[in-house]
Design a binder for this molecule. Sequence first.
Ligand SMILES: Cc1cc2nc3c(=O)[nH]c(=O)nc-3n(C[C@H](O)[C@H](O)[C@H](O)COP(=O)(O)O)c2cc1C
Length: 185
Amino acid sequence: MENKIIKIVGFTGSLRRSSYNKAALRAASALLPENAVLDIIDLADIPFFSEDLEAEGIPPSVAEFKRRLSEADAILISTPEYNYSIPPVLKNALDWASRGKDLPLSGKPLAIMSASISMLGGARAQYHLRQVCVVLNLAPLNKPEVFIANADTKFDKEGNLIDERTKNSISRLVKALVESAESRL
Ligand SMILES: Cc1cc2nc3c(=O)[nH]c(=O)nc-3n(C[C@H](O)[C@H](O)[C@H](O)COP(=O)(O)O)c2cc1C
């Protein structure tokens, strides 16, 4: 379908104000193909999942999160690595999204990137995230892989991405994501 605007929803499990992963999502926003938009969701208001809370009624922040996911053609996650895995904030949001009859992530293409101050750039967290994608029936892109290693050298103090190679990698990733979404229309 020509001229369709591809809606991407992006989020990260970092709540840090100066998060490199938040900065990577903002950078992705500026590197999108012309026919795509990126809606970045802040996960800070999503409460810890509990079946008791769920039984009382879906919290408004979760309902809003799921609504925005359901409107998305594609998903972009930029994750930090916490102790070789994904942060609890990210897992918690995915757990909420996996509940109920509306499964707003199911079948959607996903692009993954990670930013870490370490030399591995969050690679181990990405592979844990890919495992979770199986049960969520998300369709993560295999390539290109984007690991933003030594993130403290790739962004300036205002959180602007200043590394050209990383810009190119993110451009290729979002282009592949949009193409994957278009192929499913
Ligand atoms: C609890 C915790 C565990 C961490 N574990 C890892 C780790 O296993 N591997 C890694 O590369 N970085 C690890 N880090 C460092 C993070 O990658 C670094 O703080 C990064 O900047 C977090 O992403 P953000 O800038 O988006 O908040 C850890 C940080 C925290 C707070």
